[in-house]
Design a protein around this ligand. Sequence first.
Ligand code: NAP
Length: 315
Amino acid sequence: MTKDIKTDVLIIGSGPAGYTAAIYAARANLKPHIVSGLEPGGQLTITTDVENYPGYENVIQGPWLMQQMKEQAIKVGTEFHNDIVADVNFDKKPFFASTDGGLIFQAKTIIITTGAQARWLNIESENKYKGFGISACATCDGFFFKDQEIAVIGGGNSAVEEALFLTKFASKVTLIHRRDQLRAEKILQERLFNNPKIQVLWNKKVLSFEGNENPLALNKIKLEDTINKSHTELKISGAFIAIGHDPATSLFKNKIKMDKDNYIITKPDSTETSIKGVFAAGDVKDKIFRQAVTAAGMGCMAALEAEKYIAELDN
Ligand code: NAP
Protein backbone atom coordinates (compact mmCIF):
# COMPACT_ATOMS: atom_id res chain seq x y z
CA MET A 1 0.00 0.00 0.00
CA THR A 2 1.31 3.47 -0.80
CA LYS A 3 0.96 6.61 1.27
CA ASP A 4 1.24 10.16 -0.13
CA ILE A 5 3.05 12.71 2.00
CA LYS A 6 3.40 16.40 1.20
CA THR A 7 6.17 18.11 3.11
CA ASP A 8 8.31 21.24 3.19
CA VAL A 9 11.47 19.29 4.00
CA LEU A 10 12.41 15.69 3.27
CA ILE A 11 15.68 14.53 4.79
CA ILE A 12 17.26 11.41 3.31
CA GLY A 13 19.67 9.70 5.71
CA SER A 14 19.88 9.59 9.50
CA GLY A 15 23.43 10.31 10.65
CA PRO A 16 24.47 13.44 12.59
CA ALA A 17 23.90 15.64 9.51
CA GLY A 18 20.37 14.29 8.95
CA TYR A 19 19.27 14.51 12.56
CA THR A 20 20.70 18.00 13.03
CA ALA A 21 18.96 19.17 9.85
CA ALA A 22 15.75 17.62 11.23
CA ILE A 23 16.11 19.36 14.61
CA TYR A 24 16.63 22.77 13.01
CA ALA A 25 13.91 22.30 10.40
CA ALA A 26 11.43 21.09 13.03
CA ARG A 27 12.19 24.03 15.29
CA ALA A 28 11.53 26.31 12.29
CA ASN A 29 8.08 24.68 12.18
CA LEU A 30 8.75 23.03 8.81
CA LYS A 31 7.51 19.61 10.05
CA PRO A 32 10.33 17.66 8.38
CA HIS A 33 10.22 14.00 7.46
CA ILE A 34 13.37 11.91 7.74
CA VAL A 35 13.85 8.59 6.00
CA SER A 36 16.49 6.62 7.89
CA GLY A 37 18.17 4.54 5.18
CA LEU A 38 19.68 1.08 5.48
CA GLU A 39 21.79 1.88 8.55
CA PRO A 40 19.68 4.12 10.84
CA GLY A 41 22.03 6.38 12.77
CA GLY A 42 24.83 6.03 10.24
CA GLN A 43 28.50 5.28 10.82
CA LEU A 44 28.44 6.21 14.52
CA THR A 45 26.25 3.21 15.22
CA ILE A 46 29.17 0.94 14.35
CA THR A 47 31.69 2.75 16.57
CA THR A 48 32.00 2.29 20.29
CA ASP A 49 33.66 4.99 22.43
CA VAL A 50 33.19 8.62 21.37
CA GLU A 51 35.35 11.15 23.17
CA ASN A 52 35.38 14.08 20.77
CA TYR A 53 31.72 15.03 20.43
CA PRO A 54 31.44 18.29 22.40
CA GLY A 55 29.21 18.46 25.43
CA TYR A 56 30.13 15.21 27.16
CA GLU A 57 32.80 15.14 29.81
CA ASN A 58 32.87 11.35 29.92
CA VAL A 59 33.19 8.87 27.09
CA ILE A 60 29.90 8.17 25.36
CA GLN A 61 28.88 5.39 23.00
CA GLY A 62 28.24 6.07 19.30
CA PRO A 63 24.89 4.20 19.14
CA TRP A 64 23.68 6.00 22.28
CA LEU A 65 24.58 9.41 20.82
CA MET A 66 22.63 8.64 17.65
CA GLN A 67 19.62 7.46 19.67
CA GLN A 68 19.70 10.77 21.59
CA MET A 69 19.82 12.74 18.33
CA LYS A 70 16.90 10.72 16.97
CA GLU A 71 14.79 11.26 20.10
CA GLN A 72 15.59 14.97 20.12
CA ALA A 73 14.60 15.29 16.44
CA ILE A 74 11.29 13.47 17.05
CA LYS A 75 10.56 15.45 20.22
CA VAL A 76 10.79 18.79 18.40
CA GLY A 77 8.46 17.65 15.61
CA THR A 78 10.24 15.44 13.07
CA GLU A 79 8.41 12.52 11.54
CA PHE A 80 10.78 9.55 11.43
CA HIS A 81 10.45 6.72 8.88
CA ASN A 82 12.53 3.57 9.17
CA ASP A 83 12.59 3.07 5.43
CA ILE A 84 14.81 3.34 2.36
CA VAL A 85 14.40 5.90 -0.42
CA ALA A 86 14.33 3.96 -3.67
CA ASP A 87 13.83 6.73 -6.24
CA VAL A 88 13.98 10.51 -6.51
CA ASN A 89 12.98 12.97 -9.19
CA PHE A 90 14.44 16.46 -9.01
CA ASP A 91 12.99 17.55 -12.37
CA LYS A 92 9.51 17.94 -10.93
CA LYS A 93 8.56 20.63 -8.42
CA PRO A 94 7.70 19.79 -5.72
CA PHE A 95 10.42 17.14 -5.77
CA PHE A 96 9.40 13.50 -5.80
CA ALA A 97 10.78 10.64 -3.72
CA SER A 98 9.47 7.14 -3.15
CA THR A 99 10.51 4.52 -0.60
CA ASP A 100 10.71 0.74 -0.50
CA GLY A 101 7.97 0.83 2.13
CA GLY A 102 5.50 2.59 -0.20
CA LEU A 103 5.81 6.21 0.89
CA ILE A 104 5.45 8.76 -1.92
CA PHE A 105 6.81 12.17 -1.00
CA GLN A 106 6.20 15.51 -2.61
CA ALA A 107 8.75 17.82 -1.03
CA LYS A 108 9.47 21.51 -1.46
CA THR A 109 13.07 20.86 -0.43
CA ILE A 110 15.22 17.77 -0.03
CA ILE A 111 18.25 17.52 2.23
CA ILE A 112 20.59 14.68 1.27
CA THR A 113 22.51 13.28 4.24
CA THR A 114 23.14 9.74 3.08
CA GLY A 115 26.76 9.74 4.31
CA ALA A 116 29.63 7.56 3.24
CA GLN A 117 30.96 4.19 4.20
CA ALA A 118 34.57 3.38 4.96
CA ARG A 119 35.85 0.68 2.66
CA TRP A 120 36.88 -2.46 4.48
CA LEU A 121 39.18 -5.27 3.41
CA ASN A 122 36.25 -7.65 3.77
CA ILE A 123 38.11 -10.55 5.31
CA GLU A 124 36.49 -12.60 8.04
CA SER A 125 38.92 -11.79 10.87
CA GLU A 126 38.50 -8.07 10.19
CA ASN A 127 34.86 -8.27 11.23
CA LYS A 128 35.79 -10.13 14.39
CA TYR A 129 38.17 -7.42 15.66
CA LYS A 130 36.25 -4.33 14.50
CA GLY A 131 35.98 -2.19 17.64
CA PHE A 132 38.47 -4.51 19.42
CA GLY A 133 41.65 -3.17 17.84
CA ILE A 134 40.48 -2.55 14.28
CA SER A 135 39.11 0.86 13.32
CA ALA A 136 38.55 2.93 10.20
CA CYS A 137 38.89 6.30 11.94
CA ALA A 138 42.18 7.48 13.44
CA THR A 139 40.69 10.76 14.67
CA CYS A 140 38.04 8.83 16.59
CA ASP A 141 40.12 5.98 17.99
CA GLY A 142 43.81 6.95 17.83
CA PHE A 143 43.77 8.16 21.39
CA PHE A 144 43.13 4.62 22.65
CA PHE A 145 46.53 3.43 21.39
CA LYS A 146 48.86 5.57 23.49
CA ASP A 147 52.43 4.17 23.51
CA GLN A 148 51.39 1.10 21.53
CA GLU A 149 52.52 -0.30 18.18
CA ILE A 150 49.90 -0.08 15.48
CA ALA A 151 49.45 -0.46 11.72
CA VAL A 152 47.69 1.53 9.02
CA ILE A 153 46.58 -0.22 5.85
CA GLY A 154 46.40 1.76 2.59
CA GLY A 155 48.50 3.96 0.36
CA GLY A 156 46.39 7.04 -0.38
CA ASN A 157 46.08 10.46 1.29
CA SER A 158 43.87 9.07 4.04
CA ALA A 159 46.30 6.31 4.99
CA VAL A 160 49.28 8.64 5.08
CA GLU A 161 47.42 11.35 7.01
CA GLU A 162 46.16 8.76 9.49
CA ALA A 163 49.65 7.30 9.94
CA LEU A 164 51.08 10.77 10.61
CA PHE A 165 48.27 11.64 12.99
CA LEU A 166 48.66 8.36 14.87
CA THR A 167 52.33 9.07 15.66
CA LYS A 168 51.00 11.53 18.25
CA PHE A 169 49.86 8.58 20.31
CA ALA A 170 51.50 5.37 19.15
CA SER A 171 55.09 4.40 19.88
CA LYS A 172 55.43 3.03 16.34
CA VAL A 173 53.24 3.08 13.24
CA THR A 174 53.68 0.63 10.36
CA LEU A 175 52.08 1.59 7.07
CA ILE A 176 51.18 -1.50 5.07
CA HIS A 177 50.67 -1.01 1.36
CA ARG A 178 49.87 -3.54 -1.35
CA ARG A 179 52.15 -1.91 -3.95
CA ASP A 180 55.63 -0.33 -3.97
CA GLN A 181 54.34 3.20 -4.57
CA LEU A 182 52.01 5.41 -2.62
CA ARG A 183 49.03 7.15 -4.18
CA ALA A 184 49.24 9.97 -1.60
CA GLU A 185 50.37 13.50 -2.49
CA LYS A 186 54.16 14.00 -2.56
CA ILE A 187 54.20 16.43 0.34
CA LEU A 188 52.44 13.91 2.56
CA GLN A 189 54.81 11.18 1.40
CA GLU A 190 57.79 13.35 2.38
CA ARG A 191 56.36 13.88 5.86
CA LEU A 192 55.73 10.17 6.15
CA PHE A 193 59.25 9.14 5.12
CA ASN A 194 60.80 11.74 7.41
CA ASN A 195 58.88 10.63 10.47
CA PRO A 196 61.11 8.40 12.63
CA LYS A 197 58.11 6.69 14.24
CA ILE A 198 56.83 5.36 10.90
CA GLN A 199 58.01 2.35 8.92
CA VAL A 200 56.52 1.31 5.60
CA LEU A 201 56.00 -2.29 4.52
CA TRP A 202 55.72 -2.43 0.74
CA ASN A 203 53.99 -5.05 -1.39
CA LYS A 204 52.13 -6.60 1.49
CA LYS A 205 48.61 -7.92 1.59
CA VAL A 206 46.74 -8.61 4.83
CA LEU A 207 45.90 -12.30 5.11
CA SER A 208 44.29 -12.20 8.55
CA PHE A 209 44.02 -10.41 11.86
CA GLU A 210 44.67 -12.43 15.02
CA GLY A 211 44.51 -11.85 18.74
CA ASN A 212 43.28 -12.83 22.17
CA GLU A 213 39.86 -14.33 22.65
CA ASN A 214 39.01 -13.32 26.18
CA PRO A 215 38.90 -10.37 26.27
CA LEU A 216 38.80 -10.01 22.49
CA ALA A 217 41.88 -7.96 21.48
CA LEU A 218 43.91 -7.76 18.31
CA ASN A 219 47.63 -8.55 18.66
CA LYS A 220 49.02 -9.43 15.24
CA ILE A 221 48.55 -9.24 11.48
CA LYS A 222 49.50 -12.03 9.10
CA LEU A 223 50.83 -10.66 5.83
CA GLU A 224 51.63 -12.03 2.42
CA ASP A 225 54.25 -10.51 0.13
CA THR A 226 52.53 -9.75 -3.16
CA ILE A 227 55.76 -10.43 -5.13
CA ASN A 228 57.35 -13.55 -3.63
CA LYS A 229 54.24 -14.78 -1.74
CA SER A 230 56.18 -15.26 1.51
CA HIS A 231 54.27 -14.94 4.77
CA THR A 232 55.24 -12.76 7.74
CA GLU A 233 53.65 -11.60 10.98
CA LEU A 234 53.54 -8.13 12.49
CA LYS A 235 52.86 -7.69 16.21
CA ILE A 236 50.55 -4.72 16.81
CA SER A 237 47.68 -3.85 19.10
CA GLY A 238 45.73 -1.70 16.66
CA ALA A 239 45.06 -1.60 12.93
CA PHE A 240 43.51 1.26 11.02
CA ILE A 241 41.98 0.46 7.66
CA ALA A 242 42.35 3.52 5.43
CA ILE A 243 41.64 2.24 1.93
CA GLY A 244 39.09 4.89 1.00
CA HIS A 245 35.48 5.83 1.54
CA ASP A 246 32.52 5.55 -0.78
CA PRO A 247 29.80 8.18 -0.57
CA ALA A 248 26.26 6.75 -0.65
CA THR A 249 25.19 8.56 -3.80
CA SER A 250 24.17 5.88 -6.29
CA LEU A 251 20.52 6.99 -5.92
CA PHE A 252 21.43 10.45 -7.21
CA LYS A 253 23.65 9.47 -10.14
CA ASN A 254 23.00 11.68 -13.20
CA LYS A 255 20.45 13.65 -11.18
CA ILE A 256 22.79 16.02 -9.38
CA LYS A 257 26.36 17.20 -9.90
CA MET A 258 29.03 15.05 -8.30
CA ASP A 259 32.82 15.06 -8.40
CA LYS A 260 34.97 12.31 -9.88
CA ASP A 261 34.74 10.31 -6.62
CA ASN A 262 30.92 10.58 -6.60
CA TYR A 263 30.73 13.08 -3.73
CA ILE A 264 27.93 15.64 -4.17
CA ILE A 265 29.21 19.08 -5.11
CA THR A 266 27.89 22.03 -3.11
CA LYS A 267 28.48 25.75 -3.52
CA PRO A 268 31.31 27.24 -1.41
CA ASP A 269 30.25 27.96 2.19
CA SER A 270 26.85 26.46 1.43
CA THR A 271 25.02 23.14 1.26
CA GLU A 272 23.24 24.11 -1.97
CA THR A 273 23.69 21.53 -4.72
CA SER A 274 23.41 21.93 -8.49
CA ILE A 275 19.61 21.70 -8.08
CA LYS A 276 17.98 24.68 -6.36
CA GLY A 277 16.02 23.44 -3.36
CA VAL A 278 18.15 20.31 -2.93
CA PHE A 279 20.83 20.53 -0.24
CA ALA A 280 23.56 18.10 0.80
CA ALA A 281 25.29 17.87 4.16
CA GLY A 282 27.78 15.62 5.94
CA ASP A 283 30.03 12.91 4.54
CA VAL A 284 28.03 12.65 1.32
CA LYS A 285 29.64 15.95 0.31
CA ASP A 286 32.76 15.99 2.50
CA LYS A 287 35.80 13.85 1.86
CA ILE A 288 38.15 15.91 4.01
CA PHE A 289 36.84 16.23 7.59
CA ARG A 290 34.34 13.35 7.97
CA GLN A 291 33.56 14.07 11.61
CA ALA A 292 30.22 13.76 13.41
CA VAL A 293 30.51 17.33 14.60
CA THR A 294 31.28 18.76 11.15
CA ALA A 295 28.42 16.71 9.67
CA ALA A 296 26.08 18.06 12.35
CA GLY A 297 27.22 21.61 11.55
CA MET A 298 26.49 21.10 7.88
CA GLY A 299 23.08 19.61 8.72
CA CYS A 300 22.29 22.83 10.58
CA MET A 301 23.41 24.89 7.56
CA ALA A 302 21.24 22.80 5.22
CA ALA A 303 18.11 23.31 7.35
CA LEU A 304 18.71 27.06 7.56
CA GLU A 305 19.24 27.25 3.80
CA ALA A 306 16.11 25.14 3.17
CA GLU A 307 14.10 27.44 5.43
CA LYS A 308 15.31 30.50 3.51
CA TYR A 309 14.55 28.83 0.16
CA ILE A 310 11.00 27.95 1.25
CA ALA A 311 10.38 31.47 2.56
CA GLU A 312 11.39 32.86 -0.85
CA LEU A 313 9.21 30.26 -2.67
CA ASP A 314 6.17 31.14 -0.58
CA ASN A 315 6.52 34.89 -1.12
P1 NAP B 1 42.27 6.53 -2.22
O1 NAP B 1 43.01 7.72 -2.70
O2 NAP B 1 41.30 5.86 -3.12
O3 NAP B 1 43.37 5.48 -1.75
C1 NAP B 1 43.00 4.23 -1.30
C2 NAP B 1 44.28 3.46 -1.01
O4 NAP B 1 43.93 2.22 -0.44
C3 NAP B 1 45.12 3.17 -2.26
O5 NAP B 1 46.48 3.31 -1.97
C4 NAP B 1 44.76 1.74 -2.58
O6 NAP B 1 45.83 0.99 -3.13
C5 NAP B 1 44.47 1.16 -1.22
N1 NAP B 1 43.47 0.10 -1.32
C6 NAP B 1 42.24 0.16 -1.88
N2 NAP B 1 41.59 -1.01 -1.74
C7 NAP B 1 42.46 -1.84 -1.07
C8 NAP B 1 42.39 -3.18 -0.63
N3 NAP B 1 41.29 -3.92 -0.82
N4 NAP B 1 43.45 -3.69 0.00
C9 NAP B 1 44.57 -2.95 0.23
N5 NAP B 1 44.71 -1.67 -0.15
C10 NAP B 1 43.66 -1.12 -0.80
O7 NAP B 1 41.43 6.82 -0.88
P2 NAP B 1 41.67 7.92 0.25
O8 NAP B 1 43.08 7.95 0.65
O9 NAP B 1 40.64 7.69 1.30
O10 NAP B 1 41.28 9.25 -0.50
C11 NAP B 1 39.99 9.38 -1.12
C12 NAP B 1 39.87 10.76 -1.75
O11 NAP B 1 39.85 11.74 -0.72
C13 NAP B 1 41.06 11.09 -2.65
O12 NAP B 1 40.61 11.87 -3.72
C14 NAP B 1 41.97 11.86 -1.73
O13 NAP B 1 42.83 12.75 -2.43
C15 NAP B 1 40.95 12.62 -0.88
N6 NAP B 1 41.53 12.96 0.41
C16 NAP B 1 42.12 14.17 0.51
C17 NAP B 1 42.71 14.55 1.70
C18 NAP B 1 43.35 15.89 1.76
O14 NAP B 1 43.28 16.61 0.79
N7 NAP B 1 43.98 16.23 2.86
C19 NAP B 1 42.73 13.67 2.79
C20 NAP B 1 42.12 12.43 2.65
C21 NAP B 1 41.54 12.08 1.45
P3 NAP B 1 46.38 1.27 -4.60
O15 NAP B 1 47.19 2.53 -4.49
O16 NAP B 1 47.19 0.06 -4.89
O17 NAP B 1 45.17 1.41 -5.46
